[in-house]
Design a protein around this ligand. Structure first.
Ligand code: NAD
Length: 471
């Protein structure tokens, strides 16, 4: 469903009216087309900040440069063109091509251990806040709090989350976002793919998040930069439409052969998606107790295994608990929770998930924050958060990872069916003042499914434009 306010706010003929009415003016978000490229940050100015006590700066500098970025240690003085540009209403006005644009900032805050060290945050960010371009990216890298023995050091690292989330809220009106990577000591070599993702256009709707980069999962033999899923087989459930269809497309763009699963009643949509992505359709109800076994046999016989599993199929059956019929409760638990664990158990028991396998579960903002009328749905989506955290260590020795993504308001048939007022509130109550696209979720899933994401496992990452609901 199209977002009229987004159109009006970005049309010079109507932008003034939007402003004078005091309505939110969402920025048109930058998005990438096609699959991964070797240098996604080409031509972009990134400031790299940090203190001498940090341990990530050297690695980050060389990774950003390898990704094509122009890495700066300090900001150039404000030029006349930049002043003029700002006078016209924004650091990234396309009208003055020669004005300096700051496309991103990476702060190595791994040396932050004490309250005094927080001065680094002010000293780095205060001077640049008015110079960030539209759609800029901020990535803060902090120490992993649970690995720090000193309580004050652990507290200082954890506080970076509050800083980053607040910063994200301040820069969201420019379409810019900020995220935090908690980095385990010794996992610096695992930053390449996460930096490419969080510094690039593909994380346009992932905002105000904290993800852990750890040494838990064994490293893959090879980490390609382009066609990152070439030769891999991916299973996407619920692929007939919405986020599942976008995910199948996105995985195929990076070379995966996608097995698209959906219910027989959605056969038309399922075959459309499978044909479009050059994949294989598999019609089945994921909650049918016979499905996991059928699926394992099919994947083994046809492909010899599977590399990526995206548990996307999910339903809502909303009612207050007082009004909820027993069968609606049971149906949501069966599809959104039991079916996922049953498929994984069958894949693992049958040795069908290949080493270095990637599992991604679709949780939801409702699972993080809870939602009125969604006790059944939120219970299942929160269960998946616990599931990925508990399953991660069990897959790690074989180089397997498992993560959850928690979408916020995404423009799909599910949200188009909402009444006007909750739909508008869902769209606007976020730092970016707009809904996300299915492709935005598919980008996060594709990143987590890629070989380069071996440093991330057990995480739940929201893709919600930093919705004001929940943590
Ligand atoms: P959608 O309703 O557009 O698509 C879901 C797909 O899953 C459909 O094609 C449906 O046929 C399929 N499906 C349902 N039950 C199935 C079953 N038993 N077996 C096989 N396939 C089945 O939903 P969407 O908006 O694309 O959401 C996809 C996932 O993302 C869901 O898990 C949903 O809970 C989650 N999510 C979506 C949003 C959003 O804003 N759209 C927000 C948070 C979480």
């Amino acid at each position: 469903m199209s977002d009229s306010l987004l159109k009006w706010a970005n049309d010079p003929r109507t932008a003034g009216v939007v402003k004078s009415l005091g309505l939110p003016a969402p920025v048109r978000l930058a998005r990438s087309k096609g699959g991964y490229v070797a240098q996604p940050l080409t031509g972009q100015n990134f400031l790299l900040g940090g203190s001498a006590a940090g341990h990530a700066s050297d690695v980050v500098r060389s990774l950003l440069q390898a990704a094509g970025a122009n890495v700066l240690d300090s900001l150039p003085p404000v030029s006349a063109a930049e002043s003029e540009d700002k006078g016209k209403g924004g650091a990234a006005s396309p009208s003055t091509g020669d004005a300096f644009k700051l496309h991103g900032v990476v702060l190595d805050a791994t040396g932050v251990r004490t309250p005094d060290d927080y001065r680094l945050l002010y000293d780095v960010f205060h001077p640049l806040m008015r110079r960030l371009a539209k759609n800029a990216r901020v990535v803060v890298i902090g120490g992993l709090p649970e690995s720090l023995a000193d309580p004050v050091a652990a507290a200082a690292a954890r506080g970076l989350e509050g800083f980053t989330r607040s910063l994200a809220k301040e820069i969201g009106k420019r379409g810019a976002n900020a995220n935090l990577l908690y980095l385990e000591r010794g996992a610096e070599d695992r930053l390449d793919a996460p930096l490419r993702f969080f510094c690039g256009a593909r994380c346009t709707f992932v905002d105000g998040q904290a993800a852990r980069v750890t040494r838990l999962a064994a490293a893959p033999a090879e980490v390609p930069l382009e066609q990152v899923l070439k030769g891999k087989v991916a299973l996407v459930t619920g692929a007939a439409r919405g986020i599942g269809a976008a995910t199948a497309e996105r995985l195929a763009e990076d070379g995966a052969h996608v097995v698209c699963l959906d219910i027989p009643a959605d056969r038309d949509g399922l075959y459309d998606t499978a044909t479009r992505v050059g994949g294989t359709p598999f019609a089945a109800d994921i909650s049918d107790p016979a499905t996991p076994g059928r699926l394992v046999d099919f994947l083994r016989q046809k492909f010899g295994g599977v590399d990526v599993v995206v548990h996307n199929a999910g339903i809502t059956r909303d009612k207050t608990l007082a009004n909820m019929k027993e069968h609606l409760w049971d149906l949501v638990i069966a599809i959104n929770f039991r079916a996922i664990t049953a498929v994984d158990q069958a894949l693992l028991a049958g040795g069908v998930l290949r080493s270095g396998g990637r599992i991604v579960c679709l949780s939801s903002m409702g699972g993080v924050a809870g939602n009125f009328g969604q006790t059944n749905y939120a219970a299942t989506k929160a269960a998946l958060i616990g599931y990925v955290a508990a399953q991660a260590p069990l897959l790690a020795a074989q180089g397997g990872t498992i993560n959850a993504v928690a979408p916020g308001f995404i423009e799909t048939r599910m949200t188009a069916a909402m009444p006007l007022v909750p739909r508008e509130l869902g769209r606007r109550m976020s730092s970016l003042s707009q809904g996300g696209q299915p492709r935005d979720v598919a980008e996060l899933i594709t990143f987590l499914a890629s070989p380069g994401a071996y440093g991330l496992t057990g995480n739940t990452i929201r893709v919600c434009g930093q919705s004001l609901l929940g943590a």
